[in-house]
Structures are given as structure tokens and as C-alpha cells.
Design a protein around this ligand. Structure first.
Ligand SMILES: N[C@@H](CCC(=O)N[C@@H](CS)C(=O)NCC(=O)O)C(=O)O
Length: 212
């Protein structure tokens, strides 16, 4: 049995759970927080972060590594494009979604919600700066990349769409709305993917927003 160790509220944990649901693989979620992680978690996640995955004796930390493993182990219902070029593009969007996009999206969840879990007060100046200065160039890039597409890499739903949608869900969990007026392609694209059964089930199980 595959076990994902982490909280469903994390965008990186969500990415692995969406992959499992899309592939129809049953799993267990070992609900742990990384703030701080239980001591035993360090044995499977040396950086102390979530998610980590165990599959029998095998342990793999990091959502990107986990998703790559799941694709290889369960190749039916592929989530990575078969075309070489589209595969490379999907990897790029995945890396961008994990490293750059969170500065404009998940950072709002961290600074508004997670800080309170850590018994600290949100810093409004930091939040204002994310919205006014950090978001625009990041959203502008994505808006142009999406254009009128449904899927970012190739002609099917892929890890690129999963990784990007996960980060916007986190922004919505922070009380924001999608930028429909300034970035309509992003709003249409994210709204569409949040309607997938995988995303909808996970989002509606968390205590923040509901997808009708
Ligand atoms: N690159 C990692 C990032 C994971 C990550 O940053 N997870 C956050 C929770 S959303 C975490 O565990 N933070 C705890 C920490 O940084 O100490 C992945 O994709 O799994």
C-alpha cells in the first residue's frame, strides 16, 4: 500500500494525491505536520518536509520525485506527455510551479494562515507586497503561456496542469479569488481543472473552500 506522509492542506502533498486519484491508485494518508515534523519523519524525509511517500520498504521524499515514481510504477492513465518536447515542457512547468509560482500564491497561505498555526501574527506589509509586486510578473508569464489552451503541455491533462492548479488552490485557501479581470486565461484554466473529480474531492475534504 502506498502511504503519503503529510497534510492534505499542503500544495505539494495535494499534487501527489491528485496523481494517485487520477491514476485510480488506492493510498493511505498519514496526516502529519512539518511544523515541526515528528522525529520519525526525518528517516524518510531528510529535509523534514512533506510529502514523503512509502511503498513497502521503499521511501521517497519530495513531491516531484514521488510523482515521477508513480508515473513509472503506474503507467496507465499517463500524466506526463509521450512526445519528447511536450515532456520537456511539462517538466519545466512542473519545476516553475514548485519553485516560482508559490511566491505569488502559496506564500499568501503561508503568511495569512500557516503563521497563525505557528502562533505568529500575519505581517500585512508582506502580504501587500506579494499581491502588488510579486504576483504581476509571475501571473503575466502564466497568462501568456496558457493563452487559449486547456492543457499547458501537449493535448492532455498532465503533471504541468496538476502542479500549477495545486498552487492556485493554495491561494484560494488563503482567501483570495482567481484574477478573472486581470488574467482571464488563468482564471478559466484553473476553474476548469478544479472541476476534475480528483481536485474536487480533495478540495472539498479540506476546511477552506468548496467546489460546487
Ligand atoms: N520540494 C518539496 C517542497 C515541500 C515543502 O516545502 N513542503 C512544505 C509544506 S507545504 C514543508 O514541508 N515545509 C516545512 C519546512 O520547510 O520545514 C516538495 O515538492 O515536496
Amino acid at each position: 500500500m502506498i502511504t503519503i506522509h503529510g497534510s492534505s492542506v499542503s500544495p505539494f502533498v495535494r499534487k501527489t494525491l491528485v496523481c494517485l486519484k487520477e491514476k485510480g491508485i488506492s493510498y493511505e494518508l498519514n496526516g502529519i505536520s512539518p511544523f515541526p515534523p515528528p522525529a520519525a519523519h526525518l528517516a524518510i524525509s531528510p529535509l523534514g518536509k512533506i510529502p514523503a511517500m512509502t511503498d513497502g520498504d521503499l521511501s521517497i521524499p519530495d513531491s516531484a520525485a514521488i510523482c515521477g515514481y508513480l508515473e513509472k510504477r503506474f503507467p496507465a492513465q499517463p500524466l506526463y506527455p509521450s512526445d519528447d518536447g511536450e515532456y520537456g515542457r511539462a517538466l519545466w512547468y512542473h519545476i516553475w510551479a514548485d519553485n516560482e509560482l508559490p511566491k505569488a500564491t502559496a506564500a499568501l497561505f503561508f503568511n495569512r494562515v500557516a503563521v497563525k498555526m505557528m502562533k505568529r501574527e500575519p505581517d500585512q506589509a508582506v502580504i501587500d507586497k506579494i499581491i502588488a509586486k510579486v504576483q504581476p510578473p509571475i501571473f503575466d508569464y502564466l497568462e501568456a503561456e496558457i493563452g487559449d489552451k486547456t492543457y499547458l503541455a501537449g493535448d492532455a491533462f498532465s503533471i504541468a496542469d496538476i502542479a500549477i492548479t495545486c498552487q492556485f488552490v493554495q491561494m484560494l485557501y488563503a482567501g483570495e479569488t482567481l484574477p478573472a479581470a486581470s488574467h482571464p486565461n488563468i482564471a478559466r484554466y484553473i476553474t476548469n481543472h478544479m472541476q476534475r473529480a480528483s481536485f474536487k474531492t480533495l478540495i472539498n475534504s479540506d476546511p477552506f473552500i468548496k467546489v460546487p
